[in-house]
Design a protein. Structure first.
Length: 338
């Protein structure tokens, strides 16, 4: 019997994507108890409503436990890789908004539409495409759950006739918190959460608990992430598989939950920059700071910043992530955590 033929990944390349044409979606994913439990095992996020069914019901009024908003966003991004199977890098995320909180049993489907394309300069290996993707995730009822824009760097099939289309712009880490207030669930009872005082202005803390990246392929497969660089060492960097950036984000969000125990859920991200690649078994350390707040009934909408470094044997720490999530915090204003 002859050996099976192995075919290389064939796209889509940056010039295959048609600006304005929605791509056929990835399979829908139901967030059941197994999916939620596996995500929890990968990141260890102590976000209270996604851990406790009793507390989740007391706050949200639903007998079905809340799904971690980080898991929802990682599924949205994983499903969006129908456009980026041969991605070289993700350059930024922008306007990431959780419009509707998700509960276990909800089914998510994601649509991806390329909206703009520009090109890099030729540095000796040919030019590459920077493609802006508009991403919308909806539940089984067709309700908008999450939306974001993502800028992907892709190889080109041809170096000829490179015409830029649309405007890419830049990430906006200063996006107003008022944009996220509409995402605060109006029917939640935040008084059911007793997590101590809210962090005061100027709050900043380094997480004493560093954490190792393990089972990086698990999150890739769980979220149906098809990017070859996260599965095949030959398609990664330095002959190693790249860790899916969502894995680093999930660990960063877990650090935020530890350091700011009044954090109830994530409402979106102002931005997220992956500063350098992360690999399996990297030891990550995080520092969290509060940037600004807007008051809402029972708490605040808080602009946070989480910066992470990889600690590798015999090397200086390497900056790997600059993450600006927006969180809903429950509690009384004033006072520092100790």
């Amino acid at each position: 019997m002859s050996a099976p033929t192995c075919h290389a990944q064939t796209g889509p390349y940056g010039d295959d994507l048609v600006i304005g044409e929605t791509i056929a979606p990835a399979p829908a994913i139901t967030i059941d108890h197994g999916v939620a439990a596996y995500f929890q095992a990968l990141c260890g996020d102590p976000s209270p409503l996604s851990l406790s069914a009793a507390l989740s019901e007391a706050v949200t009024g639903s007998p079905v436990r809340l799904a971690n908003a980080g898991l929802v966003l990682q599924i949205a991004i994983g499903q969006s890789t129908v456009a980026t199977k041969i991605v070289i890098a993700n350059l930024f995320y922008r306007d990431v908004t959780v419009h509707r909180q998700v509960h276990l049993g909800d089914t998510l489907t994601t649509q991806v539409t390329p909206t703009a394309r520009a090109y890099t300069r030729d540095t000796g290996k040919g030019r590459r495409a920077k493609v802006l993707l508009s991403i919308e995730t909806r539940d089984q009822h067709g309700r908008l759950v999450a939306s974001l824009e993502r800028l992907a760097l892709l190889p080109l099939r041809s170096q000829d006739d490179l015409v830029e289309v649309g405007e890419i712009g830049a990430a906006t880490p200063s996006r107003s918190l008022d944009d996220f207030v509409a995402s605060v669930p109006a029917d939640w009872d935040l008084s059911q959460i007793d997590r101590g005082p809210l962090p005061a202005a100027g709050f900043a803390a380094a997480d004493p608990l560093r954490d190792s990246v393990s089972d990086a392929l698990g999150l890739v497969r769980l979220t149906q992430n098809l990017a070859a660089a996260h599965r095949d060492p030959a398609r990664g960097q330095q002959g190693r598989r790249l860790v899916y950036g969502g894995h680093v984000i999930a660990l960063a969000q877990a650090s935020l939950s530890r350091l700011v125990p009044s954090a109830v859920t994530i409402l979106g991200w102002r931005s997220c920059d992956h500063l350098s690649p992360t690999f399996e078994d990297d030891l990550l350390g995080f520092a969290v700071e509060l940037e600004d707040t807007v008051a809402v009934p029972g708490g605040v909408v808080a602009g946070m910043r989480v910066r992470g470094q990889a600690h590798r044997p015999g090397q200086d720490p390497v900056d790997v992530i600059d993450f600006r999530p927006v969180a809903l915090l429950a509690g009384i204003s004033g006072g520092l955590y100790v």
